[in-house]
Design a protein around this ligand. Structure first.
Ligand code: SF4
Ligand code: SF4
Length: 349
C-alpha cells in the first residue's frame, strides 16, 4: 500500500487508515483479529478516542506484540490542562502502551474553545508536557467546523501537527478547501467520514474518490474483515474514479446533497437545545454505536429532538438549505424503528 507522510510529523503511514468507532460494536476477539489483519496489510494508522467506549482497549489488546507496526492516534475533548492530563494517562493505560503517536483535541467547535485550549491552564499545556515526557509524540486537533480549522491553521499554524475533518465526496467543499492551506503549513491531514458516516450504498466509490487526494489519510470505520479487505483492495488499486464512476458519484451527490448534514453546526443554537447535527444522523447512530450507547446517549439525543417546536430558526441558518424540521421527523422515526429492531424501548427511563 502507498505510504503517506503525515505532514511535519514525518510519520509515514499506509494511505488507508483505520477508524476506531465501529469496533465498539463487535467482540474483543473479532476486533483483535480485524486490527491485526489491518496492521499486517499496511493499514498502520489506528484512530480512536477516549469517548469511543472500549475502542481504545480493543486496540490496546490488538497491538500487543505489534506496537512497532502501529501509529496510534487517539483524542479527548478536554480543554483544560488537568482534564487533558488525566485523559492522556487513561489512554496510555487503556491502550497498554508507553507512548501515543498522535494525541488530538477532540471536536474543537469554536475559536473560543481553541483559545481556552491554548490558555495558561489549557489542554495544550498538558499535551506539550506529555510530549516532553515522551508520552505523546505529536499533537493534533479534530473538528467538524471548516471555519474554526481554517482560522487555526492560518493564524496559529504551529500549534497542531495534524488536523482531522470530515472529508468525503458529498461534503467535499470542506476538506478540499482546507487541504492546500494545511499542506502548505506542513500539517498532516486525516480524512474523517470518507464514506459519509456509513450511510452510502456505494461506499467503494466514496473511498476511491477520497483516495485520489495525495497526502490525505482517510480513516473509514470498519467492523468486518470483508469491509477491511475491500478497502485495502481499493487503496492498493489506487486509481481515481473512471468516467462511469464519476457520473455515479455525481448522481449520488445530487441526491444526497439535498439532505446530507455536513455537521458544520451553523444551524445552532437551537432554542430547544437539540443537537441537530447528531439527530440528523439516526442511521449512523444505529449503525456505528454499540447497544449501550444506542440505548443511552444516542436515545437521549433523539428523544430531545422530539421537543422541536418547528420554529424554523435552524433552517434560516443552514448554508445547505436542509429541510431540518422534516429531516428530524424522518430521523426520529428511523431511530425508533431501529430501537424496536434491537428490542430497546423508546420511553424507558
Ligand atoms: S425548528 Fe426545531 S430544531 Fe430547528 S431551531 Fe427550531 S426547535 Fe430547534
Ligand atoms: S443542518 Fe445544516 S447547518 Fe446544521 S449541521 Fe447540518 S449542514 Fe450544518
Amino acid at each position: 500500500m502507498k505510504q503517506v507522510r503525515l505532514g511535519r510529523t514525518g510519520l509515514r503511514v499506509g494511505q488507508l487508515g483505520f477508524g476506531g468507532i465501529p469496533i465498539q460494536r463487535i467482540s474483543r476477539a473479532r476486533a483483535i483479529r480485524l486490527i491485526r489483519t489491518a496492521l499486517d496489510a499496511g493499514v498502520t494508522l489506528l484512530d480512536t478516542a477516549r469517548g469511543y467506549s472500549d475502542s481504545e482497549e480493543k486496540i490496546g489488546l490488538a497491538i500487543r506484540g505489534r506496537r512497532g507496526l502501529a501509529v496510534i492516534a487517539t483524542k479527548s475533548p478536554e480543554l483544560d490542562a488537568a482534564g487533558m492530563a488525566k485523559a492522556i494517562e487513561l489512554s496510555l493505560k487503556t491502550l497498554r502502551t508507553d507512548h501515543i503517536d498522535l494525541y488530538q483535541i477532540h471536536c474543537l467547535s469554536s475559536w473560543e474553545a481553541f483559545q481556552k485550549a491554548i490558555s495558561a491552564g489549557g489542554a495544550l499545556k498538558a499535551l506539550t508536557r506529555a510530549q516532553r515526557e515522551g508520552k505523546v509524540r505529536f499533537i493534533g486537533v479534530t473538528s467538524h467546523s471548516i471555519d474554526v480549522l481554517k482560522k487555526i491553521i492560518t493564524k496559529a499554524p504551529r500549534v497542531f501537527d495534524t488536523i482531522q475533518i470530515p472529508f468525503n465526496f458529498v461534503g467535499d467543499e470542506s476538506g478540499i478547501s482546507l487541504w492546500p492551506t494545511a499542506r502548505k503549513a506542513g500539517i498532516g491531514f486525516l480524512g474523517m467520514k470518507p464514506m459519509c458516516g456509513g450511510v452510502l450504498d456505494r461506499p467503494d466509490l466514496a473511498l476511491r474518490y477520497v483516495l485520489q487526494f495525495e497526502g490525505i489519510v482517510p480513516i473509514p470505520g470498519m467492523e468486518t474483515l470483508r469491509e477491511l479487505r475491500e478497502n485495502i483492495r481499493l487503496a492498493r488499486e489506487a486509481r481515481p474514479p473512471d468516467k462511469a464512476e464519476e457520473r455515479e458519484l455525481l448522481r449520488i451527490r445530487r441526491r444526497m446533497g439535498k439532505w446530507f448534514c455536513r455537521k458544520c453546526n451553523y444551524c445552532q443554537p437551537c432554542p430547544q437545545g437539540i443537537a441537530i447535527h447528531l439527530a440528523l444522523g439516526a442511521g449512523t447512530l444505529l449503525k456505528r454505536f454499540n447497544r449501550s450507547c444506542v440505548s443511552g446517549w444516542c436515545r437521549d439525543i433523539m428523544r430531545k429532538a422530539t421537543t422541536c417546536t418547528k420554529c424554523g430558526l435552524c433552517e434560516t441558518r443552514c448554508p445547505y438549505k436542509l429541510p431540518i424540521r422534516s429531516l428530524l421527523v424522518e430521523n426520529i422515526a428511523l431511530f425508533r424503528k431501529g430501537l424496536r429492531g434491537m428490542g430497546i424501548a423508546w420511553d424507558q427511563a
